[in-house]
Design a protein around this ligand. Structure first.
Ligand SMILES: [Zn+2]
Length: 286
């Protein structure tokens, strides 16, 4: 964390620090999400399926491309950890780090969830966010981050010396193993960094440490996505509940989350083109 420098600052240290930043990945050249098409399609959508995720557990769900899905708060404030895979190929999965590099630390309406290399295409696009009013608070906190990973039994063991089996990582592993029939250790290898749905997080001003605070989500709030490809999803109800105090334990009050799948009128999607995998040649200079 570089708080106690061992190296002397050079004479031009202030000048070096004063250089203006540039955006690493300007997104001006990304195709704009066709908001008008999504908006028209979502007006026609009808509920086709729903899945309840019990507290401190995870469930899988399927969303055909061209359909919508919502993660809905029910009963009380609860954070959800979301994994996405291509329904046809578990090796194509949500790439949290690249999504963060492109869209920033927290996602909302109009942002894509990008898939891993070599596919690198939008898996889903966020089409509605009832918490978009939150913005960034005075602590620098925002909602729906791609900066955290997922709570897991390895870090818990490292920091507390205890084994806890209902972290999001283990919840997602159990759910994927049950869905696919894979043994636990093979399913675990497919679990990846998440979109932290409804979680309120940021970095402290002083030490830039990852923090969480009570989620502003309330029953009835939802985050809505358009499935750009056929998706297998898994959602964990974090044992941290609203993540106001701690996770990786049975201490916090936890609530279920509901996943709702919606099918729009297909005529509304005539101008929508499903995304192709990246056109990069994969020759890597050879
Ligand atoms: Zn968690």
């Amino acid at each position: 964390m570089k708080r106690t420098p061992q190296s002397q600052a050079p004479a031009d240290a202030d000048a070096r620090r004063a250089i203006k930043p540039v955006i690493c990945y300007p997104v001006d050249t990304l195709p704009e999400p066709n908001r008008a098409t999504y908006a028209a399609a979502r007006k026609t959508m009808e509920l086709t399926d729903e899945v309840i995720v019990p507290p401190r557990d995870a469930q899988t769900f399927h969303v055909p491309s061209g359909n919508f899905f919502r993660i809905v708060s029910v009963d009380g404030p609860q954070v959800g950890d979301l994994n996405l895979w291509s329904a046809d190929d578990l090796s194509e999965r949500f790439y949290s780090g690249k999504t963060r590099a492109l869209h920033g630390t927290h996602l909302s309406t109009g942002d894509h969830m990008w898939s891993s290399f070599p596919h690198m295409r939008p898996m889903a696009t966020i089409t509605y966010d009832t918490l978009d009013w939150y913005g960034f608070d005075a602590d620098g906190g925002g909602v729906h981050d791609v900066i955290g990973t997922r709570c897991d039994p390895y870090t818990s063991r490292l920091l507390s010396g205890q084994d806890y089996h209902y972290c999001c990582h283990s919840n997602l592993t159990r759910a994927l193993a049950f869905e696919t029939g894979l043994p636990l250790h093979r399913a675990e290898a497919h679990v990846h960094d998440v979109l932290n749905v409804f979680m309120c997080t940021g970095f402290t001003h002083e030490k830039h440490q990852y923090f969480m605070k009570a989620s502003p989500v309330r029953p009835g709030d939802y985050l809505e996505f358009f499935a750009e490809i056929d998706l297998l999803g898994a959602l964990s109800t974090c044992p941290g509940g609203d993540c106001s105090t701690e996770h990786s334990s049975d201490t916090a009050t936890c609530y279920p989350l509901r996943v709702e799948i919606y099918r729009p009128d297909s005529k509304m999607l005539l101008r929508w083109v499903p995304p192709e995998p990246s056109a990069y040649t994969r020759s890597h200079g050879v």
